[in-house]
Design a protein around this ligand. Structure first.
Ligand code: NAG
Ligand code: NAG
Length: 248
């Protein structure tokens, strides 16, 4: 044991590939440490491309889980996205990691978390990465677009997209999502998407190496998930989130 540790100490490269660094730890939804790791809302504010406006009031931290509630509302000002007016029918919430994620040459990240995600028409919860300096890159580590299925996507351009939709059993229960991002060839990033321990799909993002991405958790409504959305509150919960870095 002693000799082994000494050996690791003398071989930094080996130590790096063998032992990932924890970027976001399992206790990150403890209210005492949440703001060490996350900002509330989207990195760019309260609105995006669906029918919910994000508000800090609609996020709660309890039992080491983060829960977002989408609540039907009236009288909100339209959102503007891509030059279009989007009527706001709900208040909900979003949060994003303070750390940004760029897969380095010979590096990678593991994102792991458990979710209780709604799949009803008009509900669009997501757990995703998107480029800090433009778009794409975008990797949807998991999203649910109101169809009863779960989707995993990687964008090369707005129209060249790897997409995999699969059945999402027992949406009331917790499901574990694990996503492994790795340098494939010095330019592209290979992503393996696992649900409940089973590999669902492998996708490749073109030219993703070195591109910093935001990590976002949000509950959008309507938009790509159809409309009208539910007449009552909808909740989306995440727990046991952990992010590990394999970057050299
Ligand atoms: C809906 O959610 C909001 C925000 O969390 C809460 O204030 C309200 O009491 C909820 N309404 C019902 C009927 O549960
Ligand atoms: C995106 O680009 C990568 C790298 O060239 C390629 O392997 C992958 O198949 C592309 N995705 C799609 C949907 O064409």
């Amino acid at each position: 044991m002693h000799l082994f540790l000494l050996f690791l100490g003398l071989s930094p490269a080996l130590a790096q590939t063998g032992s990932p660094r924890t970027i976001i730890p399992l206790n990150c939804f403890d209210p005492a440490v949440f703001t060490t790791y996350f900002n509330t809302l989207y990195p760019w504010g309260s609105d995006h491309n669906g029918a919910a406006r994000m508000a800090t009031t609609h996020l709660s931290l309890k039992n080491n889980a983060a829960t977002i509630t989408a609540q039907p509302v009236k009288g909100q000002k339209d959102a503007i996205h891509g030059g279009r007016n989007i009527p706001i029918h709900y208040l909900a919430s979003a949060f994003n990691a303070k750390q940004h994620f760029a897969v380095a040459a010979k590096g990678g990240f593991d994102f792991t978390a458990e979710f209780q995600a709604p799949v009803a028409k008009g509900t669009w919860p997501a757990f995703w990465l998107t480029y800090v300096d433009g778009w794409p890159p975008e990797i949807d580590l998991a999203e649910w677009k109101g169809s009863g299925k779960i989707s995993f996507n990687t964008f090369n351009t707005s129209s060249i997209v790897s997409s995999k939709d699969v059945a999402y059993p027992n949406p009331g229960g917790w499901h574990k999502i694990k996503t492994e991002l790795r340098d494939l060839n010095g330019k592209d990033v290979q992503t393996k998407f696992y649900m409940d321990g089973t590999l669902v799909t492998t996708q490749v993002g073109k030219g993703y190496i070195g591109k910093a991405q935001y990590l976002i958790v949000n509950l959008q409504m309507e938009g790509s998930s159809g409309s009208p959305g539910p007449a009552g509150n909808t909740t989306y919960s995440i727990r046991n989130l952990e992010v590990l870095s394999y970057n050299p």
